[in-house]
Design a binder for this molecule. Structure first.
Ligand code: FRU
Length: 483
């Protein structure tokens, strides 16, 4: 499939028919994950359009089925009622019009009165001249919407905003609309890069989700990266929050070692334009400490939970995923319920995942240091009554150590270029670890910190050494069921 050419549903269907062998090759890769959503073939990135309608969760995602290294983006589609049993649905959105010919980029869903309203970015690159840099010129970022009553059948794509509707001091990088309702007003957050290379969020307002007027911008006082991708604006336990993905932030202490970031900011003063332009840098906190976490999106489900799913991957990293050789790359994280506690974001795996638990084993922490326990696909819940220092081996070469207040994930020789990441903790009280064939999600102190990473090594045992007391419960996990 050629890059930068419109892709119609019929092109995809033809390609799908011709690629049974490709699907079988991918399916036989031992690194395929047991309880994470992956592309059936090719490449996956951001979760898109997350919502629940009549009990059914819709999880759309950026999808290039044709090749594992990315390329033209479609929206793939999974559905589930319980986050364990899934259906892999047909892709729903194709780059098939002049408004989105070079990729149906990321977007979101907003559910109200029995209708799902979708918003996304139509990416267009103007290939008519050689001198475009595609930052300041040569690119269209069209904000487009369409609706559905069931998540499967859709109205026509409608252009809401084009380049001429964005403020004059912007670059062409504007994308990833997300809707937030406050009072009777709807707000749309768009990730943006201004003409001077400063990252920000543009806010538009609307009384009816159709006509949109510029409201203002959200940004830090000092520059914090050159582009903020995938903004997500929402209220959480009474706190107005912005999650977004700043690109081009320098490392500082143990923070910001990935090539791109994902941060959360508490917006304490509402959406007033003047105040929102002056967020202090220290209002930003990292959402995840691992190597592979980016472009998350949250949504409110029908029971009122704010659930977040991220892309378990990152663009432009210098480490790699050996699954590429088997024809696929990347996955989505497990869903996490969000809360705001003591001035910070807290993430807790959705309780539905407990349905996968089997073969429960309980240990005193001291018992885990000798022979070690078998396990690659497992959940481990560690409760520390006291912990001076400890070293937890998760599989061959991969360790989590706690020493002098520093918790360090060391990928050893199983990182495919991934090295170490750390966080400072006053105390280590709890770890909840989800280990899949080629991923780790480590929730620290009841989700106050999280490390999400891919891992490449299928050998080894779980072992804990050090000076600590407490208990560990290990479960095998039965994995997702596809129906
Ligand atoms: C984030 C991102 C978005 C964009 C999409 C394209 O990973 O770059 O900003 O809409 O991916 O696939």
């Amino acid at each position: 499939m050629e890059k930068y050419r419109k892709v119609f549903r019929k092109d995809y269907e033809k390609w799908y028919q011709e690629n049974q062998e490709y699907r079988e090759r991918v399916a036989s890769d031992p690194r395929r994950l047991r309880f994470h959503l992956m592309p059936e073939t090719g490449w996956l990135n951001d979760p898109n359009g997350l919502c629940q309608m009549d009990g059914l969760y819709h999880i759309y995602y950026q999808y290039t089925p044709f090749e594992p290294t990315g390329g033209i983006k479609l929206w793939g589609h999974y559905t589930t009622t319980d986050f364990v049993r899934y259906t892999n649905e047909e892709p729903v959105l194709f780059p098939d019009t002049d408004l989105d010919a070079h990729g149906v980029y990321s977007g979101s869903a907003f559910v109200e009165d029995g209708t799902i309203h979708y918003f996304y970015t139509g990416n267009v690159k103007r290939f008519d001249r050689d001198d475009y840099d595609y930052i300041m010129d040569g690119r269209e970022s069209n904000t487009i919407s369409f609706d559905s009553r069931d998540g499967f059948r859709f109205t026509e794509k409608k252009l809401l905003l084009g380049n001429e509707d964005y403020p004059g001091d912007m670059s062409c990088h504007i994308r990833d609309p997300k809707i937030f309702k406050r009072g009777r007003m709807y707000y749309m957050a768009l990730g943006a890069r201004d003409a001077h290379g400063k990252g920000l969020v543009l806010l538009y307002e609307s009384p009816d989700l159709r006509s949109w007027k510029y409201h203002g911008r959200i940004t830090t006082k000092e520059t914090f990266g050159y582009m903020w991708e995938c903004p997500d604006l929402f209220e959480l336990d009474g706190q107005l929050c912005l999650i977004c993905c700043p690109q081009g932030v320098e490392p500082s202490g143990v923070d910001y070692w990935n090539v791109h970031q994902c941060t959360v900011m508490g917006l304490d003063h509402g959406l007033d334009d003047d105040i929102c332009r002056n967020i202090p840098l220290d209002a930003a906190a990292m959402v995840d400490r691992g190597f592979d976490f980016y472009a998350p999106q949250s949504f409110l489900d029908e029971s009122g939970r704010r659930i977040l799913i991220g892309w378990m991957g990152i663009p432009d990293a210098d480490y790699t995923n050996p699954t590429t050789q088997a024809g696929w790359q990347h996955a989505l994280t497990i869903p996490r319920v969000l809360h705001w506690k003591e001035g910070r974001l807290v993430q807790e795996p959705v309780r539905e995942l407990q349905q996968m638990r089997c073969n429960e084993r309980t240990f005193a922490l001291g018992q885990l240091n000798a022979a070690g326990e078998d396990g690659i696909v497992f959940e481990g819940c560690f409760r520390f009554e006291s912990c001076g220092h400890m070293r937890l081996t998760l599989r061959q070469g991969v360790t989590l150590t706690y020493e002098d207040g520093l918790l360090t994930l060391d990928m050893g020789n199983a990182g495919s270029g991934r090295t170490k990441r750390c966080v400072r903790l006053e105390e280590l009280r709890e770890l909840q670890i989800f280990s899949d064939t080629s991923s780790l999600e480590i929730f620290v102190n009841q989700g106050r910190e999280v490390f999400t990473t891919r891992v490449y090594g299928l050998e080894g045992k779980i072992r804990l050494e050090g000076e600590c007391t407490g208990t560990a419960v290990l479960y095998d996990l039965s994995g997702f069921i596809y129906q």
